[in-house]
Design a binder for this molecule. Structure first.
Ligand code: MN
Length: 202
């Protein structure tokens, strides 16, 4: 994120994760897997008008977690919101939040329900399906994705490569978004840069 900021200035952030990851230190450690986006805010990396969590759920330490998170500019589309609103409405909300800003997409694989990604360190019940996540990512086509990450895949906890397959497909969709770039039509090819699309075969 520092590198993306050094090249593009303040960046929008879509953060797919069960967890906020805007917590402060614990055990005296400034940089942990629970603190990156608080640090990014402190370092002036993120555009606070264009940051959003997606798929959030799970326990909180207290109400201050949400107060701090909101003060950093974050809005939240929870896992339950995705279920109730549906993929298309979520895509529209994310696109409006990001606009034409340079966009960083961070995806913690635990945004998926443990049924779809058991191989991770801090699983939380009630998560998104891989179908929902992939369709939301495809819906971001034409946004100016400048950098991305996929984190928290823990092969030692995986079964039948369920998590690895999900993560690989997420990375494929993210690379596709970068390849298509900001000039891609929002309603363009749905399945990768090949242009092939289900339901429109010839
Ligand atoms: Mn997480």
């Amino acid at each position: 994120m520092r590198a993306a900021h050094s090249r593009h200035g303040k960046i929008a952030l879509l953060h797919f994760d069960a967890h906020l990851d805007t917590w402060d230190t614990y055990f005296g450690a400034e940089f942990t897997h629970g603190t990156p986006f608080r640090r990014a805010f402190e370092e002036g990396i993120i555009d606070t008008d264009a940051v959003m969590h997606v798929g959030t759920r799970g326990p909180l330490y207290g109400t201050k977690d949400l107060e701090d998170d909101s003060s950093f500019g974050f809005e939240i589309v929870s896992s339950a919101d995705v279920m109730r609103s549906g993929v298309d409405a979520v895509v529209q909300a994310l696109r409006e939040r990001v606009g034409d800003r340079p966009l960083y997409v961070s995806l913690d694989i635990d945004v998926l329900d443990p049924a779809h990604a058991p191989g991770t360190g801090t699983p939380e019940a009630g998560g998104m399906t891989s179908r929902e996540v992939l369709e939301i990512l495809r819906g971001l086509r034409g946004l100016d994705v400048v950098a991305c990450d996929v984190v928290e895949v823990a092969p030692a906890y995986d079964h039948a490569e369920i998590t690895g397959i999900a993560a690989a497909n997420v990375v494929y969709e993210l690379i596709t978004l970068i390849s298509l770039g900001p000039d891609a039509a929002p309603d363009g090819p749905a399945y990768g840069i090949s242009g092939a699309r289900y339901g429109e075969g010839e």
